[in-house]
Ligand binder design. Sequence first.
Ligand code: GLP
Length: 242
Amino acid sequence: MVVKVYKDAAAIGAAAGMVFASQVITKPDSVLGLATGSTPIPTYKFMIKAYEDGIVDYSKVTTFNLDEYVGLGHEHDQSYYYFMHDNLFNYINVPEESINVLSGTAADPDKECAEYEARIDAAGGIDLQILGIGRNGHIAFNEPADDFADKTHKVALTESTIEANKRFFASADDVPRYAVSMGIGSIMRAKKIILIATGADKADAIYALVKGGVTPQCPASILRMHSDVTIFCDEAAYSKCK
Ligand code: GLP
C-alpha cells in the first residue's frame, strides 16, 4: 500500500483525476468503479475538465458505482444515482447504457445485488476503483462488522454513518436506514484501487487503515492485502499517522 500526502483537497482531486485520465487514455474501454460523498467531487471536476479539454474520451468506458440508499429513486436528490449525474455523468460522454448504479427501489434487493455482481463479472471486472472512507473506516457501505462481506449485499447503516450523512437530509430521521453496497470482495477484486481522504474527521479512520491491523472492525483495513492500492490523504487526514 502506497500512501501519498497532499496539501489539500484540490491537490488530491488533481492527483486522483490524473490516475483516471491515464487509465482511460491507455485503455479506452476501461471499467471504472466510482464512489459518492463529498471527497471525490474535486476528482470528478478534474475528469470533467479533461473531457472538456479534449484530453480524455469516455465514450467506451463502463462504470459501476459502489452503493445506493434503499428507498431512494433516481429522481431523489440524495440518491447516489442523482449525485453521480449531477457531479459527473451529465458533463462527460459516458453513454447512459454504460452506467451502472445499484437500484435503491428494486422489489427484491437480494436479486438486484446478485445481478449487479454478475454485471461486474460480465464486464470483465473493475480496472480502477476509487474509494472514499467513512469516519468509522467504512468503504462503500461496508460498515464495521465481525466479518468482511464478500459480495454486493443489503446493509443496515450504523448510527455513526447516519449521523455523518444527516447533513445532506432535512433531519437524521430522513436518512435511509438501509443501503445496497458492493461487498469487500467486490472491491478487492478491482485491479487497481485508490482511496482518497480529506479533513481532520477522517484522521482516526486513516490511522486505523495505515497503522492498525487488518480487521473487519475497520473495513478499509482489508486494502492492506491488495497488491495495487494508493491512499491519497491531505495533511489533516494524515495528521494522526505522524
Ligand atoms: C458515504 C459513502 C461512502 C463514502 C462516505 C464518505 O457513506 N457510502 O462511499 O466514502 O460516505 O463520504 P464523504 O466523502 O462525504 O466524507
